[in-house]
Design a protein around this ligand. Sequence first.
Ligand code: F3S
Length: 654
Amino acid sequence: MGLTVAQKILKEHLVDGSLTEGDEIGIKIDQTLTQDATGTMADLQFEQMGTPRVRTEVSVSYIDHKTIQMGFEDADDHTYLQTFAKKYGLYLSKAGNGICHQVHVERFGKPGKTLLGSDSHTPTGGGIGMIAIGAGGLDVASAMAGMPFYMPRPKIVGIKLTGRLQPWVSAKDIILKVLQILTTKGNVGWIAEYFGDGVKHLSVPERATITNMGAELGVTTSVFPSDETTRYFLKAQKRESDWIPLEADPDAVYDKVIEINLNELEPMIAQPHSPDNVVRVRDVEGTPVDQVMVGSCTNSSYKDGKILAEILKGKVANENVSFGYAPGSKQVLRMLADEGELSHIIAAGARILESACGFCIGAGQAPRNNAVSIRTNNRNFFGRSGTTTAKVYLVSPETAAACALTGKITDPRDLEKLFGIKYPKVEVPSEFTIDDSLIIPPASESEASKIELYKGPNIVDPPGGSAMPSDLIGEVAGKFGDKITTDDIMPAGDLLKYRSNVPKYAEYVFVKRDPTFAQRCLENKKMGIHNIIVGGDSYGQGSSREHAALCPMYLGVKAVIAKAIERIHRANLINFGILPLTFKNPDDYEKIDQGDRIKLPNIRKALIENKGEVILYNETKGISIPLQYHLTDREIKTILAGGTMKLAKDFPGK
Ligand code: F3S
């Protein structure tokens, strides 16, 4: 039986498990990517693993998320990242060089390789034919130390593209259509693989737009073949030698297939507040628009910027529109400037924003109250723009430009009729301007030992976990209800600046729900009493925020017992040596209260031998409660050791 592109790359990198059976596989990681919001902690964790240099082929540390530097904390973090990269063998992409995913495709991505990144849009690399996966910082630190990455054994959804995009319809409309079909739910554990005749008409930046926003589907990653189009792009980036051909075998079998005829596709728009709330632009046109923002890692390529410029040439944005453009990289900004294209955007009234995440992450450009904001980024969750009453719509750069000019939601196909604007056919250039002056290479191994790491006062070494004791004797430090999010556990916002300072950040665990929780835990910890959290249904839903496990670990939490624990948070708990347990009978949730003294006798032995069930003894109430666990052998080993970092320290060959 033939293989798909994803299966070929995974097969080549498989170090554990099988592609045809079992729950999970382990793969070797060739490249890593970290960004400054998650990278500081990942780097601190890597330091603790004791590995002298990264063991990947290429690791890159990007500064693109916290570039406004409102206090010393972010600036200190950036200097730490720079000294760390130089010492431990990473490239560092400085602030101003661009958004990690755009720069990685331009300068580092290679077809056929694996990439693990501590950012959920790492799958952008699939546009150049990589298996590129987003993960928690500790997973990326472990990959930097040479450890395999474990993931669910994937199923492949083949997305067959036929035909060709029509004028004014773009790659963004393809992924919005895919989101309309597959939605954001039910795709966990799948890989989306694009094939069919329509693929050959899509450039690498267009493919990268599609794989970028594949993250919103909830799939593990998305991937395109590596063909002559990929070779053309790499040659234009003066990296033709990085190209290899890679396509699915003619008899490759997909677990399911959906088909999109590009000839029939129309401009699409994701309405508030979910990326899969997709309709045709035609269905909502005429709605007044207050803000238009173009850029972010989804639509920040040279091609996107030039299309915007060509549409705007000689025109001025509607007076009621607050208009901004953030080019994705220094390369894009320089080329648009050198070619005079930037001038059209400026003349049209757009504010030129930094080549950084900026508005996409809610760092600046919060719209006014009740605004309709039209954006080219990938997420329109409630409140992400910084204004909770705003309504954010996601569109292509073509649609965004049309909306900026008219001041209302407008199908870009009407631009000729309205303004006499002809469709600007923009090709990927045969030569990009190569300027890597903001990419600092690592020091040689001999120089590395002389490099001192810079650590400002906000950077505190992360705590290590402790091995699971033979008998887990503790107290229920907190009991919470259903649908506790990672933000309930570990609030972000202003507190994010403490991400590199776990003891400080841990003071705020559950602060919104139970302000004395952290204090209680620390007192117990001092007395050698283990802390247990009890939760209801969907405990830990929301984001992949690993501090929602790391900070409780610091507080001495050893187990979470809930009716159900969300998948990514469960993985993070295991990574930090916290045992995830569920009630066998959900009604037993009522039989345990905050302050109860509890005991899990012989827990180490029980986890290995009991095959999924342990008995908790509630000493306070004098009753026994059956609990369940679903853990692979690898996960049990991790929990017994006290977390992934403990295992990494013993990893052979470092
Ligand atoms: Fe940055 Fe937004 Fe992409 S935060 S990495 S531009 S999703």
